[in-house]
Design a binder for this molecule. Structure first.
Ligand code: DHB
Ligand code: FE
Length: 280
């Protein structure tokens, strides 16, 4: 048996989207077009019915302060509460973990020479809770178990796109070796182009975002070799979050099919994108 990786989703994790969902802004003229564009993702998730979502995201100094900055971390706990990011925790369900599978992944990844930090307890911030809200809406409990996988893209130096892509491949090897038969969706979150600080604050580059999606799907090996300087120059300082989509891509078949994508501007300061890939 093996865990069945039914799909991969790349999605932005904009905090204002979480606030718009929590405050029922679906019909607000600013938000309505965005919510129309994520509806197909909700329908796809309802159909895919994953037992487990592996959510790849960067902690934004919520669980890890600048005292300790793991490059890659995996949550092996049985429950992850929403983090208080300054306005109180979002009113969303806590995420139920999958300790057995998460420990298997940790063991497999580390023996495969990816030196994961093992996290028993952590709150999860908008990096993880917003993508769950995007794909599930507002259920009273998340319909799947959640394994958080954190990547440091906050403090220089972040891992390379290629390292993230290779981590995704190692993740897939680990899932293929799992003796259970869970249906798994891998979410790579963050991006797309945005810069929240400094002289270029507000930068958005939709041409880059579309080209990123195209190459990430069709030629992930080439996309993996795109360097930090290119992301920073073309997608802004926070555009580097897109390396986390490469973890998702690595976990998918090389020939994975694109079944949906959307781009939307504006949502807060970020060029918002979402893509869904399916394995055969
Ligand atoms: C925004 C986007 C992010 O990815 C983030 O982590 C924080 C803020 C934004 O667009 O406002
Ligand atoms: Fe972010």
């Amino acid at each position: 048996m093996a865990a069945h990786v039914v799909g991969g989703i790349g999605t932005s994790h904009v905090p204002a989207v979480g606030a718009a969902i929590d405050h029922h802004k679906h019909d607000d003229p600013y938000w309505a077009p965005f919510f129309d564009k994520i509806q197909p993702a909700r329908e796809w998730m309802a159909e895919a019915q994953p037992d487990v979502c592996i959510v790849v995201f960067n902690d934004h100094a919520s669980a890890f302060s600048l005292d300790v900055i793991p490059t890659f971390a995996i949550g092996v706990g049985d429950c992850f509460e929403p983090a208080d990011e300054g306005y109180g925790p979002r009113d969303v369900p806590a995420a139920e973990g999958h300790p057995e599978l998460a420990w298997h992944l940790a063991e497999s990844l580390i023996l495969d020479e990816f030196d994961m930090t093992i996290v028993n307890q952590m709150p999860i911030d908008h990096g993880a809770t917003v993508p769950l809200s995007v794909v599930y809406g507002e259920p009273s409990a998340w319909p799947c178990k959640v394994i958080p996988l954190c990547v440091n893209v906050i403090q220089y130096p972040a891992p390379t796109g290629n390292r993230c892509y290779q981590l995704g491949k190692a993740l897939r090897r680990a899932l293929d070796a799992w003796p259970g038969d869970e249906r798994v969706v891998v979410l790579g979150t963050g991006g797309m182009s945005h810069q929240l600080q400094g002289e270029r604050a507000g930068l958005i580059n939709v041409d880059f975002d579309i080209a990123f999606m195209d190459q990430m799907v069709r030629d992930p090996e080439a996309q993996a070799l795109v360097g930090h300087t290119e992301y920073l120059r073309d997608a802004g300082s926070e555009g580097i979050e897109l390396v986390m989509w490469m973890v998702m891509r690595g976990a998918m078949d090389t020939k994975a099919r694109e079944v949906y994508r959307m781009n939307h501007v504006p949502t807060s300061n970020t060029s918002n994108g979402l893509i869904i890939l399916e394995n055969d």
